[in-house]
Design a protein around this ligand. Structure first.
Ligand code: UDP
Length: 404
């Protein structure tokens, strides 16, 4: 219920949300993505769909189905959009389209508003029945492979609007573009308050010592998240400061590279007893919450990043954060105010030691970070944005024109 957010979320968001809820009462709002578990998109949808329903909107969430071959192809598309060199053949593009075509038959695509998340289900637009269709891109498009974006563009152009997480990902397109950063839910198991006992219980379960500084990164095992760089950072810090490192991740069904990356990370960690590599099952939200709350410093040392929900999650828990200066991370980390942005392992190690040696500064930045998240990155703000722009798209024919 939205009323539970009173006193937590900014009032301006709640007021607008209530009005928009009335405007869309009884309307159907369909979200489609490619995994029910793992990664930020699923994380948000799990929480947002019931909240939209509580506003009286008939929101639904569908997940496209694909086999290993499909997800290998879509991971290549994802990697190429984030700047990697990938060879995607015509046959692969055709298979990508065929799987979407099959899904279009199985999924009820009828809705007043449809939000398609990320490239995996983007071709569904060709099977549009009714309503307004919006494509929502969550990935880092700062330097996409032109070949792959050209292949996707014919689909993108057919949408009524496109949403990016970060202004610099937007590009000249013949369709309306909007910027909506993602968000976290302060009332979810992932982010709610926990007791000391609960935190201790999780530390015991994973045998993490609470009497030593804990460095943490929570993320899928994905090379763009730079887990190896995190271990290198920890090793540099460890020369001067005692600490343990926790790398926690769980598999995502639409990410076939996870296992290989996990193996690389294990090998690189070389049985260091102070490196805890935790492969968590999906929906380990309370455990992750506890890990973030017991951490002394939280990393998101990504090399490319759509947004990086883990940064806001840690900031909400008052933790000092260190993040790669990529994608959506600089939206959350105001350098030197709500955390530190870094560009290298050396930078990360330097800032980590600064936090470990200045607990007061770390505490102050953590507190500022929490307030920054409250104002900007809670789920109520994101719902407000989605509904506002859906309203704008609905009413575009009535003469509202968007121009930057
Ligand atoms: N996450 C999780 N378990 C894990 C690893 C990550 O629940 O083992 C969650 C994490 O807490 C965050 C989301 O998955 O809510 C990751 O979102 P982010 O935007 O950081 O990255 P993405 O995976 O979408 O690239």
């Amino acid at each position: 219920m939205i009323s539970q957010y009173a006193g937590i979320s900014p009032k301006r968001d709640l007021l607008l949300l209530n009005t928009l809820g009335k405007a869309f009462k009884g309307k159907t709002f369909l979200h489609v993505n490619s995994t029910r578990a793992g990664g930020g998109v699923a994380e948000i949808l799990h929480r947002m769909i019931p909240l939209l329903n509580s506003l009286g909107i008939d929101a639904r969430w569908e997940v496209i189905e694909g086999d290993q071959k499909f997800f290998d192809i879509t991971k290549k598309i994802h990697n190429a959009l984030q700047g990697n060199m990938e060879n995607i053949t015509e046959e692969m593009w055709e298979y990508y389209y065929e799987v979407n075509k099959r899904n279009a038959k199985n999924i009820n695509l009828e809705a007043d508003g449809v939000l398609i998340h990320d490239p995996q289900p983007a071709p569904l637009i060709n099977f549009k029945k009714n309503g307004k269709w919006i494509w929502r891109c969550h990935i880092d498009l700062s330097k996409p492979s032109p070949e792959v974006s050209n292949h996707l563009e014919p689909f993108c152009k057919k949408y009524d609007a496109i949403i990016f997480s970060v202004p610099k990902f937007a590009r000249a397109m013949a369709t309306d573009e909007f910027i909506v950063p993602p968000s976290i839910d302060p009332l979810s198991e992932k982010n709610m308050e926990l007791t000391e006992e609960e935190i201790k219980g999780v530390a015991e379960k994973f045998q993490i010592p609470l009497d030593r500084p804990i460095l943490l990164q929570v993320s899928r095992f994905d090379r763009f998240k730079d887990p190896i760089g995190v271990i290198q950072t920890y090793r540099k810090v460890k020369k001067y400061n005692d600490c343990v490192l926790v790398l926690a991740g769980s598999p995502a069904t639409d990410d076939p590279e996870g296992e290989a990356v996990l193996e690389e990370v294990r090998e690189y960690a070389a049985n260091d007893p102070d490196i805890h590599i935790l492969l968590l099952p999906p929906f380990s939200d309370k455990d992750i919450n506890a890990l973030q709350r017991m951490a002394t410093v939280v990393f998101q040392k990504s090399l490319k990043e759509g947004f990086g929900l883990t940064v806001s999650e840690a900031m909400w828990k008052g933790k000092p954060v260190i993040g790669g200066a990529v994608g959506g991370i600089p939206l959350q980390i105001v350098h030197g105010i709500t955390g530190f942005l870094i560009h290298s392992v050396d930078g990360a190690a330097f800032r980590t030691r600064q936090f470990l040696n200045n607990p007061l500064m770390a505490k102050r930045m953590g507190e500022t970070g929490r307030e920054y998240v409250r104002r900007n990155f809670l789920i109520t703000r994101q719902m407000r944005d989605y509904l506002s722009l859906w309203y704008a798209v609905e009413n575009k024919d009535k003469g509202i024109v968007f121009e930057l």
